[in-house]
Structure formats: C-alpha cells, structure tokens
Design a protein around this ligand. Sequence first.
Ligand SMILES: NC(=O)c1ccc[n+]([C@@H]2O[C@H](COP(=O)([O-])OP(=O)(O)OC[C@H]3O[C@@H](n4cnc5c(N)ncnc54)[C@H](OP(=O)(O)O)[C@@H]3O)[C@@H](O)[C@H]2O)c1
Length: 341
Amino acid sequence: MIAAVYQSSGDADVLRVLEIATPSPGPGQVRVKLAVSGVNPTDWKTRRNAGPPRGQPSVPNHDGAGTIDAVGAGVSESRIGERVWLLLAAYNNRWGTAAEYSVVPADRAVPLPDSASFELGASLGVPALTAWLCLRVGGHPAGRAVLVAGGAGAVGRAAIELARYLDAETVIATVSGPEKARIAYDAGAQTVVNYHEPDAARQIIDVAPMGVDRFVEVALDQNLELDLKVAAPHAVISAYAGNESTRAILPVRELMAANIALRFLLVYKVKPSELTAAINGVSEALKAGALTTPPLHRYPLVRIADAHDAVEHGAVGKVIIDFQPAQAGNEPPSTESALGS
Ligand SMILES: NC(=O)c1ccc[n+]([C@@H]2O[C@H](COP(=O)([O-])OP(=O)(O)OC[C@H]3O[C@@H](n4cnc5c(N)ncnc54)[C@H](OP(=O)(O)O)[C@@H]3O)[C@@H](O)[C@H]2O)c1
C-alpha cells in the first residue's frame, strides 16, 4: 500500500510517502480501506513534539473514513464491506489513517450511515467527540444557553451543530472576524460575536440575559475574563485546548461565588464510559443529519506535509487527504519497506 510514514519527531518533512506492506488485522482488529484521512492539530503536534508511537515507524493521523475490507479473529465477518469512520487510529497504534489502509481495534471503526459522506466521516473523530464530551459535562444541555468559543474551528463548529441537535436554548459562538462568523452561522449558531470587540460581553448578555450555562472553551487563558462576565450561576466551563506553557489565572472568589465548575478534557484520556457515550451520541446525531461536512481543503497523500503545515498554520475549515485514483500532478511515491506488516 501507499502510506505516509514518519520515524522521528520534527518538521513536516519527516513525513515520507512510501510503498509498504499492507498490514493484516490481528485479533479484535479490522482493516479499513481509507477513502479520506482527516488532519487535526493533534496530528502535527504529535509528529512535531512526541514522535511516532513507541518510537516505531508509523503512519500518522487519527481521523478517517472508508470501508472495512478485512477483519481479525473475534470480529464478525459481517463487518466486511461496512462503511465506517475512525477515531484515535494513531493512538498507541502504528497504522494511522494517512495510508491506503489502516488497522485499528474494531471499536475504533464506527458505522457511517449511507447518508454521510466519507469527508464528513473523516471530520468526526477528534472534533465531534471532543465537542460532545464538552457539551455533556454537567448533564444534558437542553434548554441551556451555550457559548462556543472559536465557533469556526473544527471542534467549535461541531459543538455548534451538536448543541443545536441537543436542543440548547440558545447557541452563541465567538469568532475573530467575518469569514469565521459565516462558518459559525452556517453551522447553526443563533448569535455570533467577535470576541475582539470591547462590548463582546454585552452582546452575549443581550441574547442570554440569564447568563451562559455551558462553555465549550478553546482558550481558557485568554477568555476566562469574558466567560465570567457572562456566566450564569452554576455554569460549566469545559476547556479542551492548551499547550505545555498555557497558564490561566483563576479568580477563585469569583468562580466560587457563582458556583462555577471548570472541567478539562483530553479526548484520549477520558473514561472509557465517557468515550463510548460520546461515540454513541455522535453516531445518533449523524443518523439524524445534525452534523454536516465542513468547508474542505483537499490534499493528495503525496502532499501530506503541506496538509499538516496547513493545519499548523490555522487553515480555516477541514484539511483532508483524499485517496481518490488519478490525482493529477501527484508524483509517484518511492518504494521502500519501512514498515513490516
Ligand atoms: N483536549 C482535546 O481532546 C482536544 C481535542 C481536539 C482539539 N484540541 C485542541 O483544541 C484546539 C483547537 O482544535 P481545532 O481542531 O478546533 O482547531 P481549529 O480548527 O484550528 O480551530 C481553532 C479555532 O479557535 C479560534 N480561537 C483561537 N483563539 C481564540 C480565542 N481566544 N477565543 C475564541 N476563539 C479562538 C481560532 O480562530 P481565531 O484565532 O481566528 O480566533 C480557530 O477558529 C487545538 O489546540 C487542538 O490541539 C484538543
């Protein structure tokens, strides 16, 4: 198969596109013929900072969608031919989605309804699961006012769609400008506020006079002051982003006085029961047609380095890698047996 492979951490040029042996599924695993691989910030961050799982030559990218073409022992053969979306494919696993085939534990390949495109399927794993997890902290958000910070981001956009699906009373998003406002409105936000504007808090309170109950927060360190200005008593702030140097100053008395709960989430490390609930919830939302394909930036596999760089530099919309035949201008990959099967 043709695969993108990296053997050490570093810039995107550590990624090489090679012909390697196609892996076979082991016990409890499925093999998926990829149609689309989705790129997330975690993919370039892992490549740049952590390196491949266990230091082994590995295929990057967690998200993707395609069709199961082989199953290992203990997995029903009835799954062969099933359309699926993948989650956490590269987590503790060499066979991420930036390849013609990925091999994953069977429960990381989730049925994709015929009504959902492979592009949508490849946009779910990291973003939609994270959004679901954030929205469900503190209970069902039905009838609540939800504020999604960064509503045009991959997680933010999914959070808007899921908050609407979950019958939030009002869904407000913050963005930095008009292009991102359009994306947030298209996803279903009822109000979109530019967080750089000095009266952002007033604009939010105008549409949520009782205060915001749930925050899906991409930048707690930068936004906590704004969040506290608009929070309802007993609000829940779910923070899902930050790097090693991110520090937030907590106004403890203010948080305490309003009985506000802060929750931090990392999709890899939530409890298995929470992850299962999120997979089920996202699957139901998908079947209901509540999740839509984001604006796409398509790359062929030979340009995976550009795809990773695009995400690192803040591409607006979803960066995907296509496995369509006959992509004009693609250079043939070099042939090398970097990975065993
Ligand atoms: N914890 C987890 O499990 C988890 C899961 C998924 C993603 N993440 C992390 O979450 C972050 C976002 O991921 P993503 O895939 O959604 O990225 P993305 O598609 O690049 O979106 C990030 C969005 O946040 C916006 N933003 C940045 N600073 C903001 C601020 N102060 N207030 C409001 N919006 C702000 C950005 O737009 P502007 O800069 O123009 O405002 C952008 O639209 C990444 O760091 C990623 O690694 C963590």
